[in-house]
Design a protein around this ligand. Structure first.
Ligand code: GRG
Length: 289
């Protein structure tokens, strides 16, 4: 619980501190405080601690990851993208604030993410000398070589009968996996990890990202809409390239188990200190939201 509370308190502070019109702040806060699991910031903080760094030094980067993740969900729900009316069990941002405001709330969160990282940097550099290297990982994971490229490819492959396993891997390594991997690596770098630990955490992030996406796809087929908090069955309706669509449900489940094994194996050399990550990968296999 200490992580969740600390992440929420820091996010509240960063959003409260920005000088924006009241409704814009409300629109940003509406989605940031809608009950997200805080997976990426928690991964970042735990990776920093595993490396011997402090939660305090990694916190601006952890919060930036959550702002970027939230912007991506707001934009993904827009009618021009996935066109979804529900997210995290509530009306999507554009259903409450309108499309233009939702677009801007997303833009606001993306820029606030980097403003936060840069503004906090001078102070953090004293104890986290590679802080800006960590920030670069976030920019790469979020941007044109990461999440944005994955979203682009995902939209481009809708209704594409030639889309295959390579296309699926390309999309999900970037759309979902890149920001998750960036959370692991940025935390590790902020914590001044050595190359061996960074490689291991990167490997965990890459496998966990695929695991997370496979289970997301499975939930879209067999999940409970109330528990998941969003409209289900949309992937099939939109002819999306997903793991169950390409491989079938049973094979998709087996693939998820394999990815969990590989993620866990990457951190075996770090023993008990990596226990939280091991449990996280195991829990992903049975997640219901
Ligand atoms: C708009 C550039 C841009 C990108 C959007 C993340 C994304 C890319 C689209 C969302 C589509 C989707 C369902 C992806 C699957 C994985 C995923 C990101 C699920 C949501 O993440 P959680 O479960 O969400 O961590 P919470 O609500 O807990 O924060």
């Amino acid at each position: 619980m200490k992580y969740l509370e600390a992440i929420n308190a820091a996010l509240e502070g960063y959003i409260a501190a920005c000088d924006v019109p009241k409704v814009m702040r409300e629109a940003m806060a509406y989605s940031v405080f809608a009950g997200g699991k805080r997976l990426r910031p928690r991964m970042c903080l735990s990776a920093a601690e595993l490396a011997g760094g402090s939660m305090e030094d990694a916190m601006p980067i952890a919060c930036a990851l959550e702002m970027i993740h939230t912007y991506s969900l707001i934009h993904d729900d827009l009618p021009c993208m996935d066109d979804d009316d529900f997210r995290r069990g509530r009306p999507s941002n554009h259903k409450v604030y309108g499309e233009a405001n939702a677009l801007l709330a997303g833009d606001g969160l993306l820029s606030l993410a980097f403003e936060t990282i840069l503004r906090e940097g001078q102070e953090r550099l004293r104890t986290a000398p590679r802080y800006y290297e960590a920030a670069l990982e976030v920019a790469r994971g979020a941007g044109v070589s990461g999440m944005v490229a994955g979203q682009w490819a995902d939209l481009a492959n809708e209704e594409n009968p030639a889309a295959d396993a390579d296309a699926l891997a390309y999309i999900h390594r970037r759309k979902t996996g890149a920001l998750i991997t960036a959370a692991m690596v940025s935390g590790a770098v902020a914590g001044n990890a050595d190359a061996k630990l960074i490689d291991a955490l990167r490997c965990y992030g890459e496998h966990y990202g695929i695991l997370f996406q496979i289970t997301d796809d499975i939930l879209d087929v067999v999940g409970d809409a109330k528990t998941v908090g969003k409209t289900l069955g949309k992937d099939a309706a939109q002819n999306k390239l997903t793991y169950p669509a390409l491989y079938g449900l049973e094979e998709a489940r087996r693939m998820a188990e394999k990815e969990a094994e590989l993620a866990i194996a990457a951190l075996l050399p770090f023993g008990e200190k990596a226990a939280w990550f091991t449990e996280l990968a195991q829990a992903a296999l049975t997640r219901t939201y």
